[in-house]
Structure formats: structure tokens, C-alpha cells
Design a protein around this ligand. Structure first.
Ligand SMILES: [Cu+2]
Length: 285
């Protein structure tokens, strides 16, 4: 850890972004000094699967002047959501359909580190296109994705969960701070955690209350869940396996408990998981 950076004003509150800094930000193992150049057909359509495989960094996938259609999140189809910039947190995946420029110019696909100037990416280039050098730092800091839920609220699953009342509801209080650097679920850390019970086949709803000043990408193993609440608002949201919960906000998910087993349930920021922000969903037969 090389220090706290990226404090930004969020009304009266100060939200923390980027609690770790890294020497390099990579797309397919490369920086923008020597990016991957992917050969594409002039004017064709590309399905881009972006995987946020970073340990602690939230990115925007930025298509510049082009628009893309988000068609799946975490591998689960969603109704198309068309913009030019999509946010994602560690553990999350985005499938984006992109129509390439008809004029045959190259299209950089950039990943912008939120609340900072660093960026990485790759270039989609038809034969004969000029590939220009792109600096690894933007002129200005990129905005925060972690502050709010606009994108999540706009998404909906192609095949939502069948409507059904919850057999069981749980609340997960997400806590922790920079000093000391310690992150908790319901005030407990991994090792002295209380497993979250469910019976196989039950409809379970979990509400995350984020009481800390960082956002947490909460990931459940072995299940796809549907986002069914944002703040106090019920929605019929996306199916996914990792949902990013902003500071001082609430997200509710629903799923049908799967195979009888202990399933890891944790924040996907490695520094948070490592210092305690992990529990288990204990599914019994
Ligand atoms: Cu976290």
C-alpha cells in the first residue's frame, strides 16, 4: 500500500477511492506504451468481453466517440444499455457490442482508472488504419464510478428470477476504515465470522448496507443473483454475481439458494477481503 489517494467531495462526506496505487495498469498484460492491436474488419461488429481482473481498481471502459451496447454483466444477459462509457469493479465482467467506425479508422478501447489519471487499453484496428500513440495518463482525473448507482439502476435481466416472496432475508452491514486498515461484515472479520444460513431452494434476499466510505464489490460464489433493490427503491435489475455497493448506500439482491455447501461471500477488493471482509453463505440441504 502506497498511501491514500483520490479523496473527493461527496456532499458533506469524503469518499475514499483507490486505497492502493500500482506501478502499472494493464490490458491483456500490456500498457499503452505498447498496447495490443486487435485486427478487426472495417465497419464490422465486435463483441468485447471486458473482465475487471484487477485486485483493487475500479475502471471505466471508454469507447471515446463510439457507443457500445452492454448486453451481459458477469456473463448473464441483460437488456441492451447503450452509452460510450461503462463502469466496473474488480470481479465484474461486461459484454459490450460495438459497431466499428464505418470509415475504417482505429478504435481505442480504454480502461480509465476512476478518480485518477491512469489509463490502459487496447486498439481495434482494421487493415491499413493508422494507430496513434495514446498516453498512459489522461489530462484530467476520471470521474468516480463508485459514488452512485446510475448504471446498475438502468440494467435489467433478460431472464429475471421468477417472482416469489423471500423465504429468508439477511442484512449485511459493510464496515471498515483506512485507519486502522480493517474491513468487516456485520462487525466481524473472516475467522470470527457468523455464517449466513439458508436452505437449498429457498428464495433469499440480502440487503447490503454500506456504512463505510469506500464502495465494495460484493461477490457470492456458486450463484447468480438478481439486483432487486437500490437504496429504498425496488427494481427488477440485472442478474449477476458481483454487485458494487457505494458508500453510505444500500443494495438488495435475491437468489435461490443452490447446492448444500459453504459458499464464499466477500468483497472483491483484495485488500478488503484480506483484512476480513469475507463470510460464507452456509447452504444446508
Ligand atoms: Cu471492499
Amino acid at each position: 500500500m502506497t498511501g491514500m489517494t483520490g479523496m473527493m467531495g461527496m456532499g458533506a462526506m469524503a469518499m475514499d477511492l483507490n486505497d492502493f496505487d500500482f506501478d502499472a495498469y494493464l490490458a491483456n498484460d500490456r500498457t499503452l506504451d505498447d498496447p495490443e492491436v486487435v485486427k478487426v474488419e472495417r465497419g464490422g461488429r465486435v463483441l468485447l468481453r471486458a473482465v475487471n481482473a484487477s485486485s483493487m481498481t475500479v475502471f471505466w471502459v471508454d469507447l471515446g466517440a463510439a457507443q457500445g451496447r452492454l448486453v451481459a454483466v458477469d456473463g448473464e444477459p441483460c437488456r441492451p444499455y447503450a452509452v460510450s462509457r461503462f463502469g466496473f469493479a474488480p470481479g465484474q465482467r461486461l459484454d459490450i457490442e460495438i459497431d466499428l467506425p464505418a470509415d475504417g479508422t482505429a478504435l481505442p478501447i480504454l480502461a480509465l482508472r476512476e478518480g485518477a489519471r491512469e489509463r490502459t487499453g487496447l486498439i481495434l484496428a482494421p487493415a491499413g488504419a493508422t494507430v496513434s500513440r495514446i498516453a498512459g495518463l489522461s489530462g484530467d482525473e476520471h470521474p468516480a464510478f463508485s459514488a452512485e448507482l446510475t448504471q446498475e439502476a438502468a440494467l435489467s435481466a433478460v431472464t429475471p428470477l421468477p417472482s416469489r416472496p423471500a423465504d429468508r432475508t439477511h442484512t449485511m452491514m459493510l464496515g471498515g476504515a483506512m485507519m486502522p486498515y480493517l474491513w468487516t461484515i456485520n462487525g466481524e472479520s473472516w475467522g470470527n465470522h457468523t455464517p449466513i444460513p439458508a436452505r437449498s431452494g429457498e428464495r433469499v434476499e440480502v440487503t447490503f448496507h454500506n456504512m463505510s466510505m469506500m464502495a465494495h464489490p460484493m461477490h457470492l460464489h456458486g450463484h447468480a443473483f438478481q439486483v432487486v433493490g437500490i437504496g429504498m427503491q425496488r427494481i427488477a435489475g440485472a442478474l449477476r454475481d458481483t454487485v458494487h455497493v457505494p458508500p453510505m448506500n444500500m443494495v438488495t439482491i435475491a437468489f435461490d439458494a443452490g447446492e448444500a455447501a459453504p459458499w464464499m461471500f466477500h468483497c472483491h477488493h483484495m485488500g478488503h477481503l484480506e483484512t476480513g471482509m469475507m463470510t460464507e453463505l452456509a447452504v444446508s440441504a
